[in-house]
Every structure is written in structure tokens, then in C-alpha cells.
Design a protein around this ligand. Structure first.
Ligand code: MG
Length: 392
């Protein structure tokens, strides 16, 4: 059996261009789907996949670890940067999809079978609609409360918000009070039985991140995410040690080598490495093993397209430390038109049970994908009050 081609199908979805990766084989009807979505890097990732393809064409698609080593190590430049890492991830996911199809079992059965009966999904406020999730102003705490109540009405028992405003390197009480008011409004709207997460997008400086974490501590967040830049492990570790709130981070880390220090230093409680960036299933299983060694939870970053979600679920059914699956459902109204999913989401509680369909259990509708060709993503820029550039 041989790999005969690697294709990319780009699908414009407003904030992102979903990059679906299709690995073709010489067996009639046998191919695999992966995803390598990286917003604002679409052309780079598509180009990187084109650059990797000659290494794989003619190879046996079932030798996944061998092919992963080739993709990561050959061409001299290791696959630990975000563009190459994302390209490798998309191909790796598709190879596992093929292997599942060959054996007629879902991916999680290739890794030892299901370790749990169901996976809980969590929502972004507004279902991931850009205007609700990213553009709700932190001075409008009432709106945060309304959107939180809506998420619970939609059946979710957990949701994430961007309830921390953009802040300069050091600011006074105002942003802290805004964040506190937003989180209080959400907690009051949904009560104590619902899990609330707050994502800082690594906007705060280490000290501002610490102050936000302290101020929000009484509200019992399920986790507090990226309180400062991931480049500085010790700063995140300091916050993790200073508060009871679990700290989450890792969505920008590529390969086990960048994760190792986080694990060694117990810098967070929740690792959010992204299956579509960190090196695909092959590398994520190594990362999960490292996390397991210190009982660190895993909740892979997944605001991307439907192949990424199917991948996260398959990974979650086979990974003991996996706690919850990130999901968006309102980023574009036609999201479900591009995919046929093997899994069913129970409306109450938003629970997913394992599917029996082989591989990832999905099919991509290429005709629907073709209706949404590449466009530049909608700009999301960030500036401080004085005009200096900030983090999105
Ligand atoms: Mg995040």
C-alpha cells in the first residue's frame, strides 16, 4: 500500500481558513482526513504541506511513527515551529484516519479502546461567534451574564469567556474591576454547578496576570487560561503556585520538547496542546504520557474546524488525563454542512459518546467546502489605550 498524494482543501470560515488535509492511497476509496488550520498562516501551511509531500509519496501510510520521524527530522529543519508543526499534524491525523479505516475501528480503539463513556463539550460564549466571544467589551458585564445564561440554555455545563480586558504592561484597578464584574455576572447568571473558564489570550504581563488570577480566585473558575506569555514558563508557574485556581496553557506549544519544561515545573494544571499544531496524534500521545506522569489534565485547544473536533474526541476517548473538549458551533452558520460526523452530541449536557465508525468517523463534503474558497481572515487587532501594539 502506498501514499499517492496529499491534498489541501481550504475553507474560509470568517476568523479562520480551515485547512483540511486529504492523504490519498493507491487503494480504491481509501484516504484519510486531517486538519492543519492556522489562522493568518494559511498560505504558509498549505505551502509547508506541499514541501513535505515529496517525502511521503510512495511510502506505506500505515508506518505512521516512521513517517512522523521523517517529517519531523528530515529536511534538516526540525518540525518544532508552528507552521511545519501544523503541517505535520494535519498529515499525521489523516494517516491515523487511514489506519482506522484499514482495521475498521475508530482511532481510539487503535490506542487501547475507550477509557471513558462520554466526553463533555464546552462552549465559547456566543457559540464561538466572533462578535460575541472576542468583541464583547469587558465594561459590559451584563452582556457577559446574558451570554453565560444562553450557553446553559443551549445545554452546556461549561463555557469559556474572554472576561479579561486588554491591558498594558502595568495598569491600576480599572481592568481588574472590569474582569471581576464580568466573572461575577456570569457566576450569578449560572450558579455554582456550571464550570466557567476565563481565557486571557496571554495578553497580560506576568504581574497583571497574577493580579487577575488573584482577583478572580473567589469565583471558583474551572480554569484560568494563558495568564501571560507562554514564552516565560516560570511566570506561569509562579501564578499556578500563587492561586488555587487551576492554570491552563499550552495551545501555542509545538512538540514534546517545548512541553517538557511545563511538565517538569508543574507550571499548569491543564495542558492545552493542540492536536493540529503540536505534532498530530503521534506527538500528542507522547505529550499525554508526560502529563500523566505528574497527573496534569489535558484539554486540547480546538476552536478550529470539524476535523479538529473529531480528532480531539478520538484522542479524548483514549486518554485518561483528558477532561473536556473545546467546541464552537456558531462561528459560521453552515459549519455542519461541510461534514458528516459519526458522533452524536446529546443536547442536554452536550455529551458525546464514542462512535463505532472507523478512523475519525467523519466525511468531508468537498462540494460544500468549495463554496467557501480562501479569503483573508477577518482582522482582529489589539492596541493599548496609548496606541502601542498589544496581543490579540
Ligand atoms: Mg486560549
Amino acid at each position: 500500500m502506498k501514499i499517492t498524494g496529499i491534498e489541501t482543501k481550504v475553507c474560509y470560515a470568517r476568523m479562520r481558513n480551515w485547512i483540511f488535509v486529504k492523504v490519498l492511497t493507491d487503494q480504491p476509496g481509501l484516504y484519510g482526513w486531517g486538519e492543519a488550520t492556522l489562522e493568518w498562516h494559511t498560505r504558509s501551511v498549505v505551502g509547508a504541506i506541499e514541501d513535505i509531500a515529496p517525502l511521503l509519496i510512495g511510502e506505506d501510510p500505515t508506518r505512521i511513527e516512521y513517517l512522523w520521524q521523517i517529517m519531523y527530522r528530515q529536511h534538516f529543519w526540525h518540525g518544532n515551529g508552528i507552521v511545519r508543526g501544523t503541517a505535520i499534524s494535519g498529515i499525521d491525523i489523516a494517516l491515523w484516519d487511514i489506519l482506522g479505516k484499514i482495521h475498521g475501528v475508530p482511532c481510539h480503539k487503535l490506542w487501547g479502546g475507550p477509557v471513558r463513556d462520554f466526553i463533555r463539550l464546552y462552549a465559547h460564549l456566543g457559540g464561538g461567534k466572533m462578535e460575541d466571544f472576542y468583541d464583547t467589551d469587558c465594561s459590559d458585564s451584563k452582556r457577559f451574564g446574558e451570554l453565560a445564561a444562553q450557553a446553559v440554555q443551549d445545554g452546556f455545563t461549561a463555557f469559556k469567556s474572554m472576561a479579561v480586558p486588554e491591558t498594558g504592561p502595568l495598569e491600576g484597578l480599572k481592568p481588574l474591576r472590569y474582569a471581576e464584574a464580568c466573572v461575577r455576572a456570569m457566576r450569578e447568571a449560572v450558579g455554582d454547578s456550571i464550570d466557567i473558564m476565563v481565557d486571557c489570550h496571554a495578553r497580560p504581563s506576568p504581574r497583571m496576570g497574577m493580579m487577575f488570577a488573584k482577583v478572580l480566585e473567589p469565583y471558583g473558575l474551572y480554569w484560568f487560561e494563558e495568564p501571560c506569555w507562554p514564552e516565560t514558563v516560570d511566570d506561569i508557574a509562579n501564578i499556578q503556585r500563587a492561586v488555587m485556581t487551576p492554570i491552563a496553557t499550552g495551545e501555542r506549544l509545538v512538540s514534546q520538547y517545548s512541553v517538557r519544561e511545563y511538565v517538569e515545573k508543574r507550571a499548569c494544571s491543564v495542558l492545552q496542546c493542540d492536536i493540529t499544531h503540536a505534532g498530530g496524534f503521534t506527538e500528542m500521545r507522547r505529550i499525554a504520557a508526560m502529563a500523566e506522569s505528574v497527573r496534569m489534565a489535558m484539554a486540547p485547544h480546538n476552536p478550529q474546524g470539524p476535523v479538529s473536533t473529531a480528532a480531539s474526541l478520538e484522542f479524548g476517548f483514549a486518554t485518561p488525563s483528558y477532561i473536556i473538549c473545546e467546541s464552537v458551533h456558531s462561528d459560521v452558520p453552515w459549519r455542519q454542512d461541510v461534514v458528516t460526523e459519526g458522533f452524536v452530541v446529546e443536547k442536554q449536557g452536550r455529551l458525546v459518546r464514542p462512535s463505532d465508525r472507523p478512523g475519525l468517523g467523519i466525511e468531508i463534503n468537498e462540494k460544500e467546502v468549495a463554496k467557501h474558497p480562501f479569503e483573508q481572515e477577518l482582522p482582529q487587532r489589539s492596541y493599548y489605550e496609548d496606541g502601542a501594539a498589544g496581543d490579540w
